[in-house]
Design a binder for this molecule. Structure first.
Ligand code: NAD
Length: 353
């Protein structure tokens, strides 16, 4: 196991991985710092029921590296990190998150943390009792994180449509939004306001009814949304939803949504490409909250959601054009481009040292 961990660190370009155990609270966690060559490493705290610690370790490595790719492509002077906490019974969670806060404080600003699956306002409040290097959930923090993500997805979707047709023209567009939570509901609102026809699904019937009522949306059965003919399918629920069974069902021209890791495997992005479906890479289009948080922590500035949307639109347009010119699927192209820019950044940091 040791040898494998060290091999994974070396081949993935990681700086450090720390295993955390706190006997007092029962906390068990992994912290991975992928890159600090251009600035601090940013990454939220994911709390999840992992099958075993190997799965947790794999997840923390994958997520930390993905955060670096997001930062590099968004042009942020920051890198990626992640903290994963193993969900277990008999953990004193307040004490556990305070312990995390102490660990983050000891890193002295090399690592800034924030929300992720399983870690919301209450947990971040506990972390913030012990460190300043955390995205505070109250008015002293960056605020408007889901708003920023939704704005990025809305404007990124516009970039994808423009790339295909030379215009956006929302009035003639049909968009299916999967998941009407914090991001999906805001995205659906922007689309309705822009004049698009929006269909939506949510496995939580109460959420679906409430948002559909507010926005006058047509609801689709959550098991059928992939089969609906539309311009854009916008996954805003879970990751891993596009795989060998679901991809052939799609009846859209574009996939552009807020969810992380939409492709179960990279090869499914190639499959979309072969089928003529334009895939807006999730780690580009959903980086709005990261951009908002990074500017707040690094410069003390709150970018407006419009600025964030415009920025993501520009970055995505450029990437889609370059990928098309190279004849490569956008997700593959974006990954390789992120690695290329990261290597250039690391080489510059080595030259400066
Ligand atoms: P959320 O929990 O507020 O909303 C998710 C919604 O999806 C819920 O209403 C849930 O009932 C619904 N859902 C779950 N499974 C579904 C399914 N199979 N079909 C239809 N609906 C389903 O989460 P969120 O903050 O809106 O985030 C949505 C996605 O975007 C997640 O993948 C998240 O990791 C990603 N993301 C969020 C942010 C952010 O700023 N919140 C930033 C980057 C990425």
């Amino acid at each position: 196991m040791d040898t494998h961990v060290l091999d994974a660190l070396a081949s993935g370009g990681f700086e450090e991985v720390v295993a955390l155990h706190d006997a007092r609270s029962g906390l068990r966690a992994f912290l991975a710092v992928h890159d600090t060559s251009a600035g601090p490493a940013l990454g939220g705290i994911r709390r999840w029921s992992y099958r075993d610690e190997e799965e947790a370790l794999r997840d923390v490595l994958r997520l930390a590296r993905a955060m670096t790719h997001k930062c590099v492509l968004a042009g942020l002077p920051a890198g990626g990190a992640k903290l994963v906490v193993l969900e277990r019974t008999e953990v004193d969670w307040a004490a556990a998150y305070r312990h995390v806060g102490r660990v983050v404080a000891r890193m002295g600003g090399r690592f800034y943390t924030g929300p992720d699956v399983g870690t919301g306002a209450r947990e971040l409040g506990w972390v913030a009792e012990r460190t300043e290097y955390v995205t505070r959930p109250d008015e002293s923090g960056p605020g408007e994180l889901p708003e920023s993500t939704a704005a990025g997805v809305f404007h990124g979707m516009a970039a994808a449509l423009e790339h295909l047709d030379g215009e956006v023209d929302w009035a003639r567009r049909r968009v299916v939004v999967q998941g009407l939570g914090a991001v999906g509901s805001r995205l659906a609102r922007s689309l309705v306001e822009a004049g698009a026809t929006v269909l939506a699904s949510d496995v939580n019937a109460a959420t679906a009814q409430r948002v559909a009522g507010e926005l006058e949306l047509e609801l689709v059965d959550p098991s059928r949304e992939l089969d609906v003919e539309c311009d854009v399918f916008a996954p805003c629920a879970l990751g891993g939803i596009l795989h060998s069974i679901s991809v052939p069902r799609l009846r859209c021209r574009v996939v552009a949504g807020g969810a992380n890791n939409v492709l179960a495997r990279e090869a499914h992005g190639d499959d979309l490409h072969r089928r003529g479906v334009l895939y807006a890479p999730d780690f580009v289009i959903n980086s709005g909250a990261l951009i908002r948080g990074a500017h707040f922590h690094l410069e003390g500035r709150r970018l407006s959601v419009d600025e964030i949307g415009a920025r993501i639109r520009g970055v995505l347009s450029e990437l889609l054009e370059a990928a098309a010119a190279a004849g490569r699927p956008p997700a593959r192209f974006a990954f390789v481009e992120a690695e290329r820019r990261l290597e250039a950044r690391r080489a510059a940091a080595r030259d400066d040292a």
